[in-house]
Design a protein around this ligand. Structure first.
Ligand SMILES: Cc1ncc(C[n+]2csc(CCOP(=O)(O)OP(=O)(O)O)c2C)c(N)n1
Ligand SMILES: [Mg+2]
Length: 365
């Protein structure tokens, strides 16, 4: 069959060789080390608060995966991000404060979602963090909508869509991928393959375990990347982001990672083979990798890194105090932000008016 008979055969898409980003210096790497340390420590503190029943509901920890969110954040702070329920690390890496994240976990009105979302629904319009979703795979099509808006507004941004290896088996995911490639939408799909979907190892849920290869079926540029080294993540995401912004269409990256804790706080994670966790912690802990590099290659004194650790400790203590002292949201706000306003008369980029349930019902007739 010749090319003419197949005019829609997707051209081979290759990512650029380099991101074009400048190399990171010692100060940049120290900032990334501190950020990853904050992600980890805030969650260790949250885990303790959870066992004290100060945090209720579901709580999924990101410990072990910090190099992904922080590596992406090093390239993509001004983009839109959308993610699933394992979202604490994404919020922090996007710039949401430790106070606003912890207060949200505590269900307080000072939280980034005004205490109405909790752990799985961190949101910050100011930081272009568009959630936090609990239904596996359901947010992936939303990324396409965000990308349409980016194109419509002519913004120099992409939408970064994070999801897990389990989500990459969902129908909504496949459909979203297909349309994103067809319309060349500015989406960077990032599969954080942490080896498990709840208790199911990736190879027990899919014959294909490199989820970036899902891009092949729809003609999308794709790559599998080792996700434990924050510098590598930054460079690879930089390459993909550049490709997208140059108008070549979306990219799917699989970042190989690992979660050190169970699926959620109620999971003792007994399904792992003996020694697997210990091995990963020894060989592939993102914090250990970067600390070793800073001490070895960059000749940073251990005391400098210890001082950063201590400042993170203070920041987390402050976040807990802030969350504890904050008020719960007033009951009168229970239905706020639930119903979208019916009007379409507000301009793009302008805030939609906040509606009460009553107002929305009146408008709906
Ligand atoms: C549609 C749907 N099916 C099942 C669940 C229950 N569930 C919650 S998390 C999860 C596993 C998802 O794993 P993965 O996508 O790999 O993300 P990870 O938890 O590893 O970050 C499942 C099956 C759900 N929330 N939504
Ligand atoms: Mg997973």
């Amino acid at each position: 069959m010749n090319e003419q008979a197949r005019p829609d055969a997707p051209a081979e898409r290759t990512l650029p060789e380099h991101s074009g980003l400048p190399a990171l210096d010692t100060a940049d790497l120290l900032a990334l080390y501190r950020e990853m340390r904050l992600l980890r420590r805030l969650e260790e503190v949250a885990a303790k608060a959870y066992t004290q029943r100060k945090i209720l509901g579901f709580c999924h920890l990101y410990i072990g995966q910090e190099s992904v969110a922080c590596g992406v954040g090093a390239v993509s702070k001004d983009d839109y991000w959308i993610t699933a329920y394992r979202d604490h690390g994404h919020a922090l890496a996007k710039g949401v404060s430790a106070r606003a994240v912890m207060a949200e976990l505590f269900g307080k009105e000072t939280g980034c979602t005004k205490g109405q979302g909790g752990s799985m629904h961190l949101f910050s319009k100011e930081h272009r963090l568009l959630g936090g979703y609990g239904i596996v795979g359901a947010h992936v099509p939303l990324a396409n909508g965000v990308a349409w808006a980016i194109r419509h507004r002519n913004e120099d941004r992409v939408c970064v869509c994070y999801f897990g290896d389990g989500a990459a088996n969902q129908g909504a995911f496949f459909e979203a991928l297909c349309l994103a490639a067809l319309y060349k939408l500015p989406v960077l799909f990032i599969c954080e393959n942490n080896g498990y979907a709840m208790g199911t190892a990736t190879h027990r849920g899919s014959a294909l375990t490199d989820m970036s290869l899902r891009g092949m079926g729809v003609g999308m540029a794709h790559k599998q990347v080792e996700g434990f080294d924050v510098e590598v993540v930054r460079e690879e995401v930089g390459r993909a982001r550049r490709f997208i912004r140059e108008g070549n269409g979306p990219v799917i990256l699989e970042l190989v990672t690992y979660r050190h804790r169970g699926h959620s706080m109620s999971d003792p994670a007994k399904y792992r083979p003996d020694g697997e966790l210990e091995h990963v912690k020894q060989e592939s802990d993102p914090l250990v990798i970067l600390r070793k590099r800073l001490e070895g290659l960059h000749k940073v004194e251990p005391a400098t890194l210890d001082a950063l650790d201590a400042s993170v400790e203070d920041e987390c203590d402050d976040a807990v105090r802030f969350a504890e002292e904050s008020a719960e949201p007033p009951v009168s706000t229970l239905y706020d932000y639930t119903y979208a306003p019916q009007t379409t008369s507000y301009a793009v980029g302008e805030d939609a008016p906040t509606h009460t349930l009553e107002q929305s019902q009146q408008e709906a007739g």
